[in-house]
Design a protein around this ligand. Sequence first.
Ligand code: FAD
Ligand code: NAI
Length: 476
Amino acid sequence: MAKNFDVIVIGGGPGGYIAAIRAAQLGFNTACVDEWKGPKGGPAPGGTCTNVGCIPSKALLQSSENFEEAGKHFGDHGIQIGGLSIDVARMLGRKDTVVKQNNDGILYLFKKNKVSFFHGRGSFVKAGAEGYEIKVAGAAEETLSARQVIVATGSNARALPGAPFDEANILSNDGALRIPQVPRTLGVIGSGVIGLEMGSVWRRLGADVTILEGLPTFLGAVDEQIAKEAHKLFTKQGLKIELGVKVGEVKNNGAQGVSIAYTGAKGEALNLQVDKLIVSIGRVPNTIGLNPEAVGLKLDERGAIVVDDECRTNLPGVWAIGDVVRGPMLAHKAEEEGVAVAERIAGQHGHVNFNTIPWVIYTSPEIAWVGQTEQQLKAAGRKYRAGTFPFMANGRARALGDTSGMVKFLADEATDEILGVHMVGPMASELISEAVVAMEFKASSEDIARICHAHPSLSEATKEAALAVDKRTLNF
Ligand code: FAD
Ligand code: NAI
């Protein structure tokens, strides 16, 4: 006999667990099924983001940044440290504790909101009178049913053909977050978000890092001016970034590390020998074990579940959200879709504004943006005005000792509506929120320029960049 629910969510990542909580808040009898196992085999909800993504990567970025600060910059403050060293096991242990706090937090939230949690793999069995039947294969087998199902099964790392992940030498994001000792040399394939974040972590701790990128331009999706500045800063920090390469044979030589044959940008045959290799060339939607065929759930050629603008699949009552569908693979995008779908099931007007989803790359300095880039506006023939302000001219940045980068505003030439805001600099991940709010409210750059910002604060750089649109910066 199947246990009947109003809503079943398959997947407990940021998309799934947030959808389940919102559905329960709206009064639905809700189940969430997630198969992720913690180190002792127990449930570890939170998905990629909590277990091998956003949270552990930010924990290691913080640890490695503290280490680099202590070694390179504490002296400027008159703080002397002798015999500085890094205990990698302890750093990884701290990261694991942070992850577990988040896993436990989600289990607590499920209890608080009366979401029934099932630990195991959920798969479609059939569509019947009670709605969809879902089998949960875990420590015990159970059958659930519901008329509304939200699929939030996430994504997996894409491997290079012929070079499978062994997580010892050839590492996905999973292995990249638990290298037991600082490698002497580290190769990274792909200078995207993971490549730059994880490359930065291990470089700061002492690895000699080479990043091989297939495209001829660095961070092609980022505003060109910001990407150029970031490239300059990362290169100065010691990340070796080779653009426009073609990766050939990758050999896993066990204790001897990994060798990568590749063609350089000028067509020259090259070889890179490294202790460890991170492959970060994008992620693929995950429907492994979901058994979509049983109910005729439609996937596209990339394996993503096909959905409309409102996350409806081809089946009535079946929705899909997050990394397993189209759109940016970001935790906050998955969460917004989860909330919107739960509200649509309740007959409300769920809303996700894809034009105001912020992006952040948590390097040092951080890169953050929302809206359109200058190259996109040019390509669309849109008339705009641009304003930039460097952190060098910001008092708080000088006091922090971190003056790299800038804030850039792009506003419509006629109406002054903000079309995009781009930053590379300290705490850009926090500063970008102001721009998101402004764009959500369709503010003009003049609106931001006329708002009082605390002094001294990094946010004054945002105000000054808005003033720069009208060529009237006060501090530069
Ligand atoms: P996931 O988080 O992948 O969760 C899916 C869950 O479903 C998993 O727990 C999985 O085990 C489970 N599952 C799958 N199939 C089944 C099944 N059949 N039955 C039961 N359970 C199943 N995004 C950001 O916004 N900010 C960041 O800083 C950031 N950092 C990242 C760093 C790294 C290294 C990586 C890899 C990703 C990062 N991301 C970041 C991306 C972010 O992790 C994803 O966009 C987000 O996790 C997607 O959420 P989701 O709920 O769609 O899927
Ligand atoms: P990505 O899409 O960000 O970058 C992949 C890079 O690899 C691209 O620059 C691409 O040109 C390059 N590439 C692809 N194939 C290649 C090949 N054969 N040889 C050389 N280069 C190649 O993907 P990444 O870094 O794997 O991250 C996956 C996703 O996870 C991101 O797109 C993002 O959505 C999410 N993420 C988000 C983070 C954040 O929000 N801070 C942090 C980490 C991941």
